[in-house]
Write a protein that binds this ligand. Sequence first.
Ligand SMILES: N[C@@H](CCC(=O)N[C@@H](CS)C(=O)NCC(=O)O)C(=O)O
Length: 323
Amino acid sequence: MGLLVEGKWQNTWYDTATTGGKFERKASSFRNWVTKDGSAGSSGVGGFKAEADRYHLYVSLACPWAHRTIIYRKLKGLDKLITMSVVNAFMGDEGWTFEPGEGVIPDPIHGAQFAHQIYTKADSHYTGRVTVPILWDKKTNTIVSNESAEIIRMFNSAFDDVGATSVNFLPERLHREIDQMNDYIYPTINNGVYRAGFATTQAAYDVAVEEVFTALDKLEALLAKRRYLMGSQITEADWRLFTTLVRFDAVYVGHFKCNKKRIVDYTNLWGYLRDLYQQPGISDTVDIPYIKAHYYGSHESINPTRIIPKGPLLDFTTAPQRY
Ligand SMILES: N[C@@H](CCC(=O)N[C@@H](CS)C(=O)NCC(=O)O)C(=O)O
């Protein structure tokens, strides 16, 4: 694990020394938008028109942020329009790699060995972390975006005139409410589990873990009244929550010490998780052995033996009993 400084790879773990043991996630750096007509989006520059076979997505099957983009690619029928590569589950001294292994799909564009080479292809002086997902433009040879929250919004609508499925996970009438829900779930749950797991002081961990479970308790109550977060329709907020919930019992309970409860202990959240998992196409996007191999195998400071636990035995395929 490391980062690029002026285009050169440096091997360092997250710096929590300057933040009192707290893990702070840095903002993404490539923030352009693919749009229907190529005009600029709400950040970055224009020139990225939605076209078939122009864009390539780099993901890890372990990463909850990348998983959002894999789900959207699948549900929006973009697998016909946007090609995809998958990095190796193990993230070591060179960061994400394309070393042959379970689930790996090599890089057909650059034949890259390491994901950091994709960043330096886009910007030879890039400074920052090398994260997935990465949306690459084959036409102008650069990174469009490495921010999953924005990539899924592009995928939701930009390709609708060039063959995407018309399903809409961000209906205008719910836009504000979805933003508010995301703003609540991101720090407390999506990133909350990382804040607990990567904390290097008891105090930082204590705060983070309490926030995770306060938020889960709150959503458990909400889901007693609603099938999905916004009501009867699946929206963006659900897919963003899903990618954390589906990893929770297998990884975050043990590896990140979020162990006050498991998702299976929450009646509504557990049913809701299975309901989403059983939506057509979704199970294909979830690879629990790869996910476990990544977290337990890569985070040496948390799990120095790199031993991958056998359990838990999870079955996402039983009837959700939600409706
Ligand atoms: N804000 C980014 C975060 C992506 C992210 O942090 N990805 C992690 C994997 S889960 C990563 O690639 N980390 C490598 C690193 O930080 O060096 C997004 O949502 O797209």
